[in-house]
Design a protein around this ligand. Structure first.
Ligand SMILES: [Cu+2]
Length: 325
């Protein structure tokens, strides 16, 4: 259900406050560019005609010297463009700092489709439904090559990289259906890698969630994956294998065998699960954890990481607590 292409869409609709402000920035900068260049072009044209070859005109030097004019024609345009530097920097800082209460939606790009996963477990392909007035943070990754998620109505765009999470956030404030594109050439069907962004009121979004099969929450699904791949056989309490406990690992500083100390963020967890035997062996342990690269699909990996992040008790408690219930 991609929205109809308007015959001639000169300017895409703006569906967030940031989008509106971005438009003002672009328009104002265009006006400034015109203000600074049009007089120059007019003057060139005027002088070319006035003093052209064969034209009778006074060609003596005028003798007028004014430091005031010299300084002001440099300083005024400089200050005017600085305004835009500050304005643009402000928007940039906003775009890099999602509010802490943002709702996280997972976005996975792959040749040639987008998959989105909502915190309550629903997932959708090439369509993205979001509630209005609520900050949304997309956590983006690619399963193969580099893609880029582009939401023109929100004036935001972010690369989707294999092996590294990127993020993008927005707060939509206008209901409707808008375009969604891949904006990084990614192979034969790149041009078909598009879909639609549907912005709903809070109530309609809740309706949409219920009708899209609220399955398990992502954390519950992640716990099932944790069990299915046997992570617990090594990592849970009571295991015979010498492996670190994973409870509370997320966000903590981890000491590695090669002496480095790093923070266990999402990228670290992902790398560790996919390729544990790179240069990231935990201090004091042996290299026995198997690699899960190509074994756990990308969307399951996202759920698994959500489970690890949510897991502040010991993994053993969480897993067995569920089993005995
Ligand atoms: Cu793509």
């Amino acid at each position: 259900m991609t929205p109809k292409h308007a015959a001639l869409e000169l300017w895409p609709a703006a569906a967030s406050a940031v989008a509106v402000e971005t438009d003002y920035l672009i328009l104002a900068f265009t006006v400034l560019t015109l203000v600074l260049t049009v007089p120059v072009f007019l003057a060139i044209t005027w002088f070319a005609i006035r003093y052209r070859d064969g034209q009778e005109a006074n060609r003596d030097t005028s003798g007028i010297r004014s430091n005031l004019i010299e300084i002001s024609w440099m300083l005024i345009p400089f200050l005017l463009t600085l305004i835009f530097f500050v304005w643009g920097a402000r928007l940039f800082v906003i775009s890099k700092n999602p509010p802490p209460d943002a709702m996280v939606i997972e976005a996975i790009g792959r040749q040639w489709m987008w998959k989105f996963q909502h915190p309550t477990g629903q997932s959708e392909i090439n369509d993205l439904h979001v509630p209005m007035g609520q900050p949304i943070k997309l956590r983006i990754i690619s399963q193969d090559v580099i893609h880029a998620l582009y939401l023109p109505a929100l004036r935001v765009q972010m690369a989707a990289l294999p092996d590294r999470y990127t993020e993008l956030w927005f707060k939509a404030d206008k209901p409707g259906t808008f375009h969604l594109y891949c904006s990084e050439y990614c192979g034969t069907d790149h041009s078909a890698m598009e879909g639609s962004l549907t912005i709903l009121s809070q109530g309609d979004y809740q309706d949409w969630l219920t009708h899209s099969g609220a399955q398990q929450s992502k954390v519950a699904a992640g716990k099932a994956i944790y069990n299915a791949y046997g992570c617990g056989t090594c990592h849970d309490d009571g295991s015979n294998v010498q492996a670190p406990k994973l409870a509370g690992l997320y966000g903590r500083a981890v000491r590695l065998a090669d002496g480095r100390t790093i923070t266990a963020d999402e990228d670290y967890l992902r790398d560790k699960i996919r390729n544990p035997n790179g240069n990231r062996l935990a201090e004091g342990y042996k290299q026995i954890m198997p690699s899960f690269a190509g074994v756990i699909p990308e969307d399951d990996l996202g759920r698994l990481i959500d489970f690890l992040k949510s897991n502040t008790r010991t993994v053993g408690d969480a897993a067995s607590g569920e089993a005995t219930r």
